[in-house]
Design a protein around this ligand. Sequence first.
Ligand code: SF4
Ligand code: FES
Length: 409
Amino acid sequence: MPIRSGFQKQYKKSDSIYYMADEIKTATATFKVTIDNITIDVAPGTSILQAARIIGGDVTPPAMCYYSKLQGSGGKCRTCLVEVAAGSTADPRPMPKLVASCRTNVMDGMIVKNITSEKVTDARNGVVEFLLINHPLDCPICDQAGECHLQDLGYEHGKAGTRYEFARRTFAKEDIGPYIQLHMTRCILCYRCTFVADQITDSRVHGIVDRGDHAAISTYISKAIDNDFSGNMIDVCPVGALTDKTFRFKNRVWFTKPVDAHRNCSNPKCCGKATLWLRGNEVFRVTARKDEWGEVQSYDGKTGWICNTCRFDSKKTSDWTIEGLTQISRHSVLGANKYKTLEMPKETLPAVLKGRSPKLMMNIHNVSEVNNPNIELSAINGPSHSEDFERSAEHVKGAGESTQWGMKK
Ligand code: SF4
Ligand code: FES
């Protein structure tokens, strides 16, 4: 099995932007690392976070500032803290404090605790509380809602109430250009957007100005961000601080249908592969394709950044070749009602009833006055209309088949 290394190739400005992707190595020397009782071999130089991503699932710490395709990212937000119970085989002493897994490399024989550590859960709860201290909590009107990493963290580690009694930070509104809307009150100062501007675009005109409580994303001085690849800043922003002006308030993301599509883009730096977010046949927004960690996907070791022409100016389905529905985790709110194929649940009733079969079964399709069983909901192309849900006359009239409540005798 190839061993994934935490090292990234050196970024050179003159080279293609595609040099940013993680490198897959087949190294011979390996380090054994145990994370939450799961042991794997990784190449020397792999970070704890990268090792945990190889294992996958809940073992992987959340990462709000680290981004494997952006050199220098990580070490800002502290959401990825883990406990190192044993430093290495050579020196098995535990590390005295929790460490940022995105910035700490594994050692041979290292033992790491993430979800199995109470200290980590406690610290992460505290980090989330701090991240939310100044956050406006405006998810109901935020375009990032449904795909916001801070929202997910808030649900996993947040509390219903706040202990903070002071006024929240506010900022003067700043227009940073025609395509990107800045909501500074939502920013967590992760620096990802500044790395994108530095490493992907030709020139950076924005950054974090001032320090401490006044630190804010701003352009210097009131310049518009209009670079060809600036839209990628929207994709890397983990919260709703940078959103797409062409999509603002048009729809909730979970009502749109994501499909994979590609086009022959004339910009040699653009990968031309994107996700279109449709409502009916209308393209509401275009984004780069994301992987399971919420990062822009790589193709053949190259990161799939897309240009602004594809993102903002190609909003017709005829501009694209559609490949099919985007695979979305079934746990995501984005995946709601967008099943590719219907997987029937395993039969559990006989197990629950100790081997007996039930005498009466209610078929919800037969009794429901809302769902027409002749209509496959997942096949409805676009927003559904009332006629899609009209009751089938034959079904209602088939009185001999079922009683009023659909109980078959
Ligand atoms: S605007 Fe978004 S990407 Fe930029 S620093 Fe703030 S949270 Fe991070
Ligand atoms: S992801 Fe490690 S500190 Fe932010």
